[in-house]
Design a protein around this ligand. Structure first.
Ligand code: NAD
Length: 397
């Protein structure tokens, strides 16, 4: 068996899922890994893989075929797929914009991270092409959607990797060590934003032996910080709890007060990892250039919010810069640097999502279902998500 698709399945209820190579040259992940092909087939999907789609994440074409997938002759053959699953259909990095629209045909279904709230223009293009789009960022943060939550999976990986980046750049070791050459004090790490990435960063830094402090504007995060071994920092600021477990955007006066209250903790930290984000908004600036001057030379900041503009004023997305002896790392698309496990998690999430859609009548799923309704953004040539429509109608600032 060479795994090539000879004809569309005779059974019209069987839908073909196309797994392409990612569009960005910097993207190493793949949306479906071989281990999930059987679950998809069981749910009534055929899997058609572009040659080499999983290679950069460590998955060979032969492994897909072994699990029952077909390997297409080339990327163009994916036009035969009913649904195309991408990791990222658009980039949040303004220097590397990409969108996959041109590769999709009318009436094809796209499921991907689409970043629709940062830049809705690629979404308008998808609607014009009459592509049906599901944006994985818009999945509701509810218990029954947890198994499909791609954002949480990728944030888990980013939180872990941020600590490794910091440890690599720091001139200090993280654990306390009592040696014949004297005692080394543990590194002090401060995590700003204790959501999914922040909590993972706390546990990873703790495992390396650092003393870890953390702060989040949502009061509920305090207990979560403690549960993973961090010490919550009290800044005596009001709560910025928003909808659906996210923070809400605050005014400049709030952020100024936050900067002032955090100044001392930041100055005393060897490593600061910032993860603070507000959905659909530029990340708040929480560390000013002035605050950097208070940090000891050799300190390191890893700004996981770099793609959203950065929590640190000095951050340059995709670059490492130095200011007064402080290293500021602004990594973008961090999860892609751990491509194997990131793909494994993404694939498990997207498989759960496809199985859910199938149960709800996919390819025309019931839009009464909250998961379907929230993620569906284009259909029949229209943008069906009001928030994206409003963004497109708003004057460009
Ligand atoms: P996110 O990436 O939008 O933001 C990261 C963190 O930054 C958040 O915890 C936010 O409160 C914090 N933040 C924003 N502004 C800040 C500021 N000025 N100072 C300090 N911190 C600031 O969020 P996320 O990590 O994707 O998710 C946040 C929360 O959503 C989780 O902790 C959890 O409670 C909830 N959640 C629920 C589910 C579910 O129920 N299925 C899944 C995932 C997350």
């Amino acid at each position: 068996m060479d795994g090539r698709l000879e004809s569309m399945p005779a059974d019209s209820s069987v839908l073909t899922v196309g797994v392409p190579k990612e569009a960005s040259p910097h993207e190493r992940r793949v949306a479906v890994v071989p281990a999930d092909v059987r679950s998809l087939k069981k749910a009534g999907f055929e899997v058609l893989v572009e040659p080499g789609a999983g290679l950069l994440a460590g998955f060979l074409d032969a492994q897909y075929v072994q699990q029952g997938a077909k390997v297409a002759a080339d990327g163009a053959e994916l036009a035969r797929a009913d649904v195309v699953v991408h990791v990222r259909a658009a980039s949040a990095d303004p220097d590397q914009p990409y969108a996959v629209g041109e590769r999709l045909r009318e009436n094809q279904i796209l499921i991907a991270l689409c970043d629709p709230l940062s830049d809705p223009r690629p979404i308008a293009a998808l609607a014009e092409r009459r592509v049906t789009t599901f944006a994985l960022e818009l999945l509701p943060r509810i218990t029954r959607a947890q198994s499909m939550d791609v954002l949480s999976s990728m944030a888990t990986i980013a939180g872990y990797k941020a600590v490794l980046l910091a440890a690599e750049a720091s001139p200090r070791m993280f654990p306390m060590m009592m040696t014949a050459a004297g005692t080394l004090t543990p590194a002090k790490v401060f995590i700003v934003g204790a959501g999914v990435a922040g909590l993972q960063a706390i546990s990873t830094a703790r495992r390396l032996g650092a003393i870890v402090y953390a702060y989040d504007v949502r009061p509920a995060a305090r207990e979560q910080i403690q549960s993973v071994g961090g010490k919550p920092v009290d800044l005596s600021l009001e709560s910025a709890d928003g909808q659906g477990g996210y923070a809400r955007a605050m005014d400049q006066d709030f952020y100024k007060r936050q900067q002032a209250a955090m100044g001392k903790v930041i100055a005393e930290s060897d490593v600061v990892i910032t993860t603070a984000a507000v959905p659909g908004k530029r990340a708040p600036v929480l560390i000013t250039t002035e605050m950097l001057a208070g940090m000891a030379p050799g300190s390191v900041i890893v700004d996981l919010a770099a793609e959203r503009g950065g929590n640190c004023e000095a951050t340059r997305p995709g670059e490492t810069v130095e200011a007064g002896g402080v290293t500021i790392i602004g990594p973008v698309n961090v999860a892609a640097t751990v491509a194997h496990h990131a793909s494994q998690m993404f694939s498990r999430n997207i498989t759960a999502f496809l199985v859910h859609l199938k149960k709800h009548g996919f390819p025309a799923p019931d839009t009464q279902d909250e998961i379907v309704r929230d993620t569906l953004i284009t259909r029949d040539g229209q943008i069906v998500n009001p928030q994206i429509r409003d963004l497109l109608a708003a004057p460009v600032s």
